[in-house]
Write a protein that binds this ligand. Structure first.
Ligand code: GCB
Length: 680
C-alpha cells in the first residue's frame, strides 16, 4: 500500500514539475501576460544580421537567429576567432510608446558587448556569462528602429576569466527578449534580475516563511504589492498585501513576509517540491504590473565531520561538473540541449552538479530546481588575475550579477568564488568577494575550488573543496586516500569536498594499463578512465565527512589550447562524449552506484570488440545484487561485487567470436546485456 501511494504521489509530482519547469523557464511571458497585467516579454531572437568585424569593416551580412555562436565550428582550433562581431536588428513597436517602458535583455554575450539604438549608445556589458539589460524608451520610434550590438571575445586584461582550460566562445549565445512594462513597474533594471527576491526562512516540516522584496520604479503614492504563493498544483497556500516600503540595491522596495503551513519541502531528487510566488504591483488598489518567480523550501547544513544535510537528512552530494558547450554549436545551445544534458545527469543518478566555471543559463538552473539537483554556482575567477581596480571591479560585478539573477533558485546552495588561483596573493580579492556574497545573500554558503594547500585564499570561504587528480596528473588512483586525508583539517571548521577528480578517455582507444597513460599524449584508452574512477571513488565513498564529490567532467568539452587524446582542442575527461551520443564505461560505473531507480547491467569494454590474447577479465557494472555471466553459452561462477562492479578474472576466450551475455533480476524483471568479443 505504502509503495503504491508513494508511486502515485511521485508520478503526480513529476508531471506537475514538468509544468513547473515550463512556468519557471518562461515565467516572464507565460504568467505575466495571463493575468492581464500590461507587462509583456517578447522573444527577440529572429531576424538578426551578423558579421564578424565592426561596422566600419563589414561588407557582407548573414541572417542569423539567437542563440548564435560564431565559433560553433572553430572552437576546437587553437587559433579560433577571437575578435569583434556585429549584430543588427530592425524592428517596429506595436505598443503605445507613451504609456510603456521598453527594455532589451540579453541572457549573455561573450565576452563583452556594446549596444546602440538608432545610433545612440546605450552602454556596454563586460563578462561572458550573465544577463544584461538596457532601457530603449528614450530613443525608441514606432517604426524602423535599429538595434546594433558589437560583441567581442578578444582576450581582455580587465575581464575574468583571464585563463582557463576551455574555449571562450564568442557571440550572443543565449536568447534575448524585449520587455515592455508600464511606466511604473517592478524594475527589470536591477542587474537584469527579475526585480523580485524571495527569501525562505524558518523552514521546517510544519511551517515555512518567505520574505519577499519587490523592487519598483514608481513615483506614485498608494503603492502596494499583493503576493500569492501557490503549490505545484496551483493551489493558493498564502496570500498577503502590504505597502511597507524600504530600499534595496538603490531602488524603492516593497516588502512582505508570508507563512505557509505544512509546506512540502524541496527534498532533492526524491521530491523537489516547488512553489510559485506571484507578486502584483498595485497602484490605488489596481494591478499595474506583476512578476512570478519560483521558490522551494529547504534547509542545507554542512558539518565539518558529518557532511551535508538537506532538511536535516544526510545528503552528501554525489555529483558531476558540467561545461555548457556542445559539438558544432559551441555555447550557442538551445533549451533542447540543456534538457538533454539534464536527462543524462538524471540518468547517471547524480544528486548535485557543479556548474563550472562560470554562470550557466538560467534555464539550466531551473531544470536543476525541478530535478532536485543541489547546485554549486560559480564565477569565472580562474588561474591568474590582475590586481587592478578594473579587473577587481569586473569580477565583483560578475558575482553580484550571478547572485541577483539566480537568487530565487532553491537548487543553488552555494556561491563559488574561485577556481585554482595562482601567482601573487589574491586573498584580499577573495575576502572582498566573500563579503559581497554574504551581503547579497546571507542564506547561502560560499565555497571555492583550489588545487594547492596552504594558500591564504583557501581559508576564507565557508566551505572548501579541492580539485585533485590522483591516477591522472600524478600518482596512482589509490592515492586519492592521501589526497583527501591531507586536506581534511576538521579543526579549521571549513567542511571539505572534492570539486574535481577524473581522467581522460577516448571511446575508440582500448587497453588495460598498469599506470596512467601519458596525459598529454594521444592515447587515452577508455579502460583507464573507468579504472581510475573505480579506485578514486572507492576512497571518496569511505569518507562521509566529504560533503560532496564532483566528477570532472560529465561531458567532453572544447579546450582549444589542448592537443591530446585523439581529438585536438578537446578535454576528454567527460563521462559522455562531446556530441552526447556515447556514454563511456565510467558513466555506467556511476549509474550502477548512484541510480537506484533504473535497474541496469552493463558489460564494460564493449567497444573493444576485436582483441588479441586468449584470456581477459570481464567486467560488468550493475545496480542489482547478483549478475549471471555466460561466455559462449557456458555459465560462469557467480562473483561478489565491489561498488556495483562485478569482475570475472582471466576468462578464457576462443579464437574468433565469443558471445558474452549478462543478466540480472530486479523486482522480478530480468535485465540483460550482451556483446561479441572477437579474438584475433
Ligand atoms: C582542473 C581545472 C579544470 C580543468 C581540469 C583538467 O583542475 O579546474 O578547469 O579542465 O583540471 O581537466 O585538467
Amino acid at each position: 500500500m505504502r509503495i503504491s501511494f508513494f508511486t502515485l504521489q511521485t508520478k503526480k509530482i513529476l508531471s506537475n514539475l514538468l509544468a513547473a519547469t515550463f512556468v519557471a523557464a518562461t515565467a516572464f511571458v507565460a504568467t505575466q501576460q495571463a493575468n492581464g497585467a500590461p507587462r509583456s516579454v517578447n522573444a527577440f531572437n529572429s531576424n538578426w544580421q551578423f558579421s564578424k568585424g565592426t561596422i566600419e569593416t563589414i561588407t557582407d551580412w548573414t541572417p542569423v537567429a539567437l542563440p548564435h555562436c560564431w565559433n560553433a565550428s572553430d572552437g576546437t582550433h587553437k587559433d579560433y576567432y577571437r575578435g569583434p562581431g556585429t549584430y543588427v536588428k530592425h524592428f517596429d513597436v506595436e505598443e503605445n510608446l507613451k504609456k510603456n517602458r521598453f527594455f532589451i535583455r540579453f541572457e549573455a554575450a561573450s565576452l563583452k558587448a556594446e549596444v546602440w539604438l538608432n545610433g545612440q549608445r546605450l552602454g556596454d556589458h563586460r563578462g561572458a556569462f550573465n544577463a544584461f539589460i538596457f532601457e530603449l524608451t528614450p530613443y525608441l520610434k514606432a517604426r524602423d528602429n535599429e538595434l546594433r550590438v558589437v560583441v567581442d571575445n578578444t582576450y581582455d586584461n580587465d575581464i575574468a576569466p583571464l585563463e582557463g582550460d576551455f574555449t571562450v566562445f564568442g557571440g550572443i549565445y543565449r536568447p534575448a527578449a524585449l520587455i515592455v512594462t508600464p511606466r511604473e513597474c517592478i524594475t527589470p533594471m536591477d542587474m537584469a534580475s527579475s526585480g523580485v527576491y524571495v527569501t525562505p526562512f524558518n523552514v521546517s516540516g510544519t511551517t515555512a516563511s518567505i520574505a519577499v522584496d519587490a523592487l519598483v520604479e514608481a513615483e506614485s503614492k498608494n503603492l502596494a504589492i499583493k503576493t500569492i504563493v501557490r503549490d505545484c498544483n496551483g493551489n493558493v497556500k498564502a496570500e498577503s498585501r502590504t505597502d511597507v516600503q524600504t530600499s534595496k540595491h538603490g531602488f524603492k522596495a516593497l516588502t512582505d513576509t508570508l507563512t505557509i503551513d505544512s509546506p512540502q519541502l524541496w527534498q532533492g531528487l526524491d521530491n523537489p517540491a516547488l512553489y510559485s510566488v506571484e507578486v502584483k504591483l498595485l497602484r490605488n488598489g489596481k494591478v499595474i504590473d506583476s512578476v512570478t518567480e519560483t521558490t522551494g523550501f529547504r534547509t542545507v547544513d554542512v558539518d565539518v565531520t558529518k557532511g551535508l544535510f538537506l532538511n536535516g537528512k544526510a545528503h552528501n552530494i554525489r555529483g558531476v561538473n558540467r561545461h555548457q558547450d556542445r559539438i558544432n554549436m559551441g555555447w550557442g545551445i538551445t533549451n533542447r540541449e540543456h534538457r538533454e544534458d539534464m536527462e543524462l545527469i538524471k540518468e547517471i543518478g547524480a544528486n548535485g552538479v557543479r556548474l563550472a566555471h562560470y554562470p550557466h543559463s538560467k534555464y539550466f538552473y531551473s531544470l536543476c530546481d525541478s530535478a532536485g539537483m543541489l547546485v554549486w554556482a560559480e564565477i569565472p575567477f580562474i588561474g591568474h588575475f590582475n590586481d587592478t581596480p578594473e579587473f577587481v571591479e569586473n569580477i565583483e560585478l560578475q558575482l553580484r550579477e550571478l547572485i541577483r539573477q539566480n537568487y530565487n533558485h532553491p537548487s543553488i546552495f552555494c556561491w563559488s568564488l574561485f577556481n585554482e588561483l595562482g601567482g601573487k596573493d589574491p586573498a584580499h580579492i577573495v575576502k572582498s568577494l566573500n563579503d559581497i556574497a554574504h551581503e547579497e545573500d546571507p542564506t547561502r554558503y560560499t565555497v571555492a575550488a583550489p588545487n594547492n594547500d596552504g594558500r591564504a585564499e583557501n581559508d576564507i570561504t565557508d566551505l572548501l573543496a579541492f580539485n585533485v587528480y590522483p591516477g591522472w596528473y600524478w600518482a596512482g588512483p589509490e592515492v586519492m586516500c592521501y589526497a583527501v586525508d591531507w586536506k581534511y583539517k576538521p579543526e579549521k571548521n571549513q567542511p571539505l569536498a572534492i570539486s574535481e577528480y577524473g581522467a581522460g578517455a577516448n571511446i575508440y582507444q582500448h587497453a588495460i594499463l598498469e599506470k596512467a597513460p601519458k596525459t598529454d599524449g594521444h592515447y587515452h584508452p577508455e579502460e583507464w578512465q573507468a579504472h581510475c574512477h573505480e579506485i578514486n571513488y572507492l576512497e571518496l565513498d569511505k569518507r562521509p565527512f566529504l560533503w560532496g564529490t564532483f566528477v570532472w567532467n560529465m561531458f567532453d568539452f572544447a579546450s582549444a589550447g589542448r592537443n591530446e587524446g585523439a581529438d585536438p582542442g578537446m578535454n576528454d575527461k567527460g563521462l559522455v562524449t562531446y556530441d552526447r551520443k556515447h556514454r563511456k564505461d565510467a558513466f555506467y560505473f556511476y549509474k550502477a552506484n548512484w541510480n537506484k531507480r533504473e535497474p541496469m547491467v552493463h558489460i564494460a569494454s564493449k567497444r573493444w570488440a576485436v582483441r588479441s590474447g586468449d584470456s581477459h577479465d570481464i567486467k560488468i557494472y550493475s545496480n542489482c545484487n547478483e549478475v549471471k555471466l555466460t561466455v559462449n553459452g557456458q555459465q560462469m561462477p557467480n562473483v561478489e561485487p565491489t561498488l556495483a562492479t562485478f569482475v570475472w578474472k582471466n576468462v578464457t576466450l576462443k579464437k574468433g567470436e565469443n558471445v558474452i551475455e549478462a543478466s540480472a533480476i530486479s523486482n522480478g524483471q530480468t535485465i540483460t546485456d550482451s556483446t561479441i568479443i572477437t579474438i584475433e
